[in-house]
Design a protein around this ligand. Structure first.
Ligand SMILES: *[C@@H]1O[C@H](CO)[C@@H](O)[C@H](O)[C@H]1NC(C)=O
Ligand SMILES: *[C@@H]1O[C@H](CO)[C@@H](O)[C@H](O)[C@H]1NC(C)=O
Ligand SMILES: *[C@@H]1O[C@H](CO)[C@@H](O)[C@H](O)[C@H]1NC(C)=O
Length: 430
């Protein structure tokens, strides 16, 4: 169920919401818009939604591969529209059927219990499935008339004990899962509004955006130029009973400055149990690679860097490979450093990572390669992290199981931050 209504901008209201867009292309009334800011301390991406009755803003950490929304219900005021979901209900079964780990271990309660997990600390707990109202900013710049919000009623989420908040950005009250489940935010929004299961995310080192795309002209939200430039690759799934909620792409190989690395192919592919493969993550701040892949990658990178006369310097944690920034030219997409290509379904389809997404400026003299050793035997061989995803338009189409990705927006003199400008949103309750 969904409805649209207008918030009036009353000065006395405890919520003061204004929304200003500087982009001329911003006329897509059916697009739901989530501003995403990067928390400088934790490097997590945080958004705000309105929740409950009355609607209050809650800050949530964005978890691209997370199965559903969970929040610490105890610390919140009582919402009059909050309802527990009964154990014997279709909703409970739906939630459990599509959420790994919630199947057998949780029974014996009248409430519908699922298993929220803090994907940063990897701690999990029992949580009750609850439904309540949420409201999301709709894409409309009719600032004078007030803010248009789309309300989704009976939105399913999980309560979680307060300790699950440990390790997440200050002020955040839970995590917002965007993953491939029936009860993730994109799925619930599309079933409430009867729209495609599709969303676009554009992360930024400051203020980015997530848009739940509606209808065929969704592309216009970011402007036709950017939308037309997207390259598509299939989202890969494991074949087992428990489909993973995370988004995987099929990297066949990696090359540095055009030189193809020789990598273990079985590590690069996602097997039936969901082991191996390459996923996209907003939780991992820098790309993590399985140790043997990482070693090959670093060796090739050092070779390419030295042929470009880059000077290695002592490494700065958490990075293992750092260079002097002296004499390194800076182009529009960051420092002129070796180009990294992730080869996808064919040699023609590659995801190019330039300096702006590979080199992390540590200080004025030192820059480090923003890729980390993920250890031996990690569940996922490569997790493409937030730093590598920033200023790249990523369009997830769950219906056709495709990912559309742009080249670095900096190549188009653009960034996720400059695409839109938000003013006074999100806001905290006074
Ligand atoms: C909850 O539902 C599950 C699955 O239908 C069932 O196995 C369990 O016994 C139920 N628990 C209660 C207390 O009804
Ligand atoms: C490739 O990875 C698989 C899975 O970890 C491992 O069993 C195999 O020994 C590796 N092959 C090589 C040549 O390293
Ligand atoms: C690297 O340095 C050498 C020796 O100074 C020079 O001949 C070469 O042109 C330089 N290469 C690049 C890519 O700058």
């Amino acid at each position: 169920m969904a409805s649209s209504f207008q918030f009036l901008l009353l000065g006395s209201s405890f919520m003061y919401l204004t929304f200003v867009s500087l982009a001329q292309t911003f006329h897509s009334p059916n697009a739901l818009v989530f501003p995403i800011t990067k928390d400088v301390k934790t490097l997590q991406y945080v958004t705000t939604i309105l929740h409950g009755t009355p609607l209050v803003p809650i800050k949530l950490v964005v978890d691209l591969g997370g199965p559903f929304l969970w929040t610490d219900c105890a610390s919140r005021y009582a919402s009059s529209s909050s309802r527990p979901v009964p154990n014997r209900s279709i909703k409970c079964l739906t939630a459990k059927a599509h959420v790994v780990g919630s199947k057998n271990c949780l029974s014996g309660a009248q409430k519908c219990e699922i298993f929220p997990e803090n994907s940063i600390t990897r701690l999990g707990a029992r949580g009750e499935l609850v439904e309540d109202t949420i409201a999301i900013q709709s894409g409309d710049d009719s600032k004078a008339a007030g803010l248009t919000a789309t309300v989704v009623q009976q939105f399913l989420f999980s309560c979680a004990p307060p300790f699950l908040l440990n390790g997440i950005a200050s002020g955040a009250k839970g995590m917002l899962g965007l993953g491939r489940t029936r009860i993730s935010l994109p799925s619930q929004i599309s079933s409430a509004l009867g729209t495609h299961r599709k969303f676009t995310i554009c992360l930024s080192s400051s203020e980015g955006i997530m848009v739940s795309d509606q209808g065929p002209d969704h592309g216009s939200f970011f402007g036709p130029e950017i939308s037309r430039s997207l390259t598509y690759t299939p989202l890969v799934t494991n074949q087992g009973d428990n489909l993973l909620p995370e988004y995987f792409v099929g990297i066949k190989s990696i090359s540095i400055e055009g030189k193809r690395l020789s990598l273990n192919a079985s590590l690069l592919s996602l097997d039936g149990e969901g082991v191996g493969g390459t996923k996209l993550s907003t939780i991992v701040p820098y790309t993590m690679m399985e140790s043997t892949i990482y070693a090959t990658f670093i060796e090739a990178y050092i070779k390419a860097a030295s042929s470009m006369n880059m000077t290695m310097v002592a490494s700065v944690a958490p990075f293992s490979l750092c260079f002097s920034s002296k004499g390194i030219e800076s182009g529009k997409s960051g420092q002129k450093v070796p180009v990294i290509d992730l080869m996808l379904q064919s040699e023609m389809v590659k995801w190019r990572i330039l300096g702006g997404n590979s080199m992390v400026r540590v200080n004025n003299e030192v820059m480090c390669l923003g890729f980390l050793d993920g250890g031996l035997n990690p569940r996922t061989s490569i997790a493409l992290g937030g730093y590598q995803l920033e200023d790249t338009l990523l369009q997830f189409d769950l219906g056709s199981s495709m990912l559309g990705f742009s080249q670095s927006l900096s190549m188009m003199q653009c960034s996720c931050n400059s695409v839109f400008k938000f003013d006074s949103w999100p806001v905290e309750p006074l």
